[in-house]
Ligand binder design. Structure first.
Ligand SMILES: Cc1cc2nc3c(=O)[nH]c(=O)nc-3n(C[C@H](O)[C@H](O)[C@H](O)COP(=O)(O)OP(=O)(O)OC[C@H]3O[C@@H](n4cnc5c(N)ncnc54)[C@H](O)[C@@H]3O)c2cc1C
Length: 437
């Protein structure tokens, strides 16, 4: 048996449910993930596969009777079931092309990245399913796996090209420097949208139509103009592009009607919704007037590493015209972080001119947990000296909070003035002891 036959027999026997997790595991290790985390990621995708197949199986069983009855009674015949993109993704990954799509797409990316043909590094590995889907269709039609893989590779390269091409506009629109979106559903819409946009601009009458979300809302009113918010205008509640308009007490323009949470278009977090709920209860039920204050609302983005923030960051401080100073401490200097094999990340503390904290940002392991100490410090107006001198258990990541507060005091404590003073008062010589003659 030659190598290709052996490989095919392994692939056929184990199937994507086993092999894809194996690939994910190996790639996670190559990309520097810890063994435990890589294993968890691999198991998760394996379980997800089994789950999706299970759901489709159950759905199939439940729906087939209904659809049979529809066909019989209505006399119609349909032989396609639309199971939506999650199932399409699972199907794409479950094919032979899906099995190889991750290494193939990464290879294509690196091959184009290294000589500078693309500037985009596509880390959205889940969405490689788009290329797998394309490759699977080609394999299904041609009966050739290499043709399918080649199609997947071309798809991956094309998406990188679109990512590069649209990057400037995306960065300007979203104000996110360094970002490109080589996403298989969105990026391919741009080559279609541009000529239509050009065409519409040439058609008299149509080129006067302002069809962006604001324009549509203005023309049709918020009920029909905003698909997210239906019916509120009927009772006269004001809504804008982001959500229901509220004042600081979370009252709508009808003062007895309140809104809280995502629907107000503010901070889109569970804890923000909870906080706003408490403000509404205080105002509406207990009639104790309370206003929202988001100055120290923390948030965390659960990427790896996590990114957490509270208060102002540098950009916000700059925008507010505040003179600020920045104090940092790196995770590579934290013993617990080193013991856990985590070297990436740092904490940034922003102080105003009066040396009061404006905000803190943490990028690193467990940043979401670490920000909680700052929730107490900032809301409780705790002095930085208290935090810097409070004993923290060793070895913990939390020591980084104490250390960054300490960095602010170090230059003061070890200033030339203090050193001179100590020398004068204690005859400090700068050495521990002198040898006896
Ligand atoms: C994928 C994802 C991940 C997220 N991760 C985080 C996270 O890690 N941390 C975090 O803080 N936040 C996270 N969020 C945001 C968080 O889920 C929301 O900010 C939060 O749920 C907002 O709460 P809410 O009560 O305002 O709205 P929702 O939780 O959306 O509740 C609104 C409810 O109203 C119901 N509803 C809608 N229309 C009607 C109607 N006409 N009649 C009756 N009921 C209706 C909906 O079914 C829903 O149950 C995440 C959101 C998403 C989508």
């Amino acid at each position: 048996m030659d190598f290709a036959t052996v490989l095919k027999s392994i692939v056929d026997t184990l199937g994507a449910t086993v092999l894809l997790p194996l690939f994910i595991f190996i790639f996670a290790l190559i990309l520097g993930s810890k063994v435990g985390r890589a294993f968890r990621a691999a198991v998760t995708i394996g379980v997800a596969f089994i789950g999706i197949n299970l759901v489709i199986g159950l759905m199939w069983g439940a729906l087939s009777g209904v659809s049979q009855a529809l066909v019989t009674n209505a006399g119609i015949s349909r032989d396609i079931v639309d199971v939506g993109w999650p199932a399409a993704a699972a199907v794409a990954f479950a094919t032979d092309v899906g099995l190889w799509v991750i290494p193939v797409a990464l290879l294509v990316n690196f091959a184009l990245l290294l000589p500078g043909i693309t500037k985009t590094l596509n880390v959205d590995i889940w969405n490689f399913w788009h290329y797998a889907f394309l490759g699977s269709l080609v394999t299904a039609v041609s009966g050739s796996l290499p043709m399918g893989l080649a199609a997947a590779a071309v798809g991956a390269a094309f998406m990188l090209f679109l990512g590069d091409w649209t990057a400037k506009g995306i960065q300007e629109f979203y104000d996110l420097p360094g970002i490109s979106i080589p996403h298989g559903f969105t990026a391919p819409m741009v080559p279609l949208a541009l000529p239509f946009n050009w065409l519409f601009d040439k058609i008299p009458g149509l080129n006067k139509v302002d069809a962006d979300p604001d324009g549509i809302e203005k023309a049709l009113g918020s009920t029909f103009g905003d698909p997210m918010v239906m019916g509120l205008e009927g009772i006269g509640i004001k809504v804008n592009r982001t959500g229901i308009e509220v004042d600081k007490r979370l009252r709508t323009n009808h003062k007895h009607i309140y809104a809280a949470g995502d629907v107000t278009g503010g901070y889109q977090f569970t804890h923000a919704a909870g906080y706003e709920g408490s403000i509404v209860i205080s105002n509406a039920i207990f009639h104790l007037p309370r206003k929202t204050d988001y100055t120290f609302l923390p948030w965390c983005t659960y990427t790896d590493p996590e990114l957490a923030s509270i208060g102002m960051n540098e950009k916000a401080a700059k925008a507010a015209g505040i003179n600020y100073s920045v104090w940092t401490e790196a995770f590579k200097d934290n013993d617990r972080s080193l013991a856990e094999g985590e070297r990436i990340g740092k904490i940034k503390m922003i102080l105003n001119e009066k040396e009061k904290p404006l905000g803190v940002q943490i990028l690193g392991p467990n940043a979401g947990e670490l920000i909680s100490e700052w929730v107490a410090v900032l809301n409780g107006k705790v002095k930085l000296s208290t935090l810097a001198s409070a004993v923290h258990p060793y070895p913990t990541l939390g020591e980084i909070n104490k250390r960054v507060a300490g960095t602010f005091f170090s230059p003061k404590i070890f200033s030339e003035k203090i050193k001179k003073g100590l020398k004068f008062f204690f005859h400090l010589k700068g050495r521990a002891c002198e040898l006896q003659e």
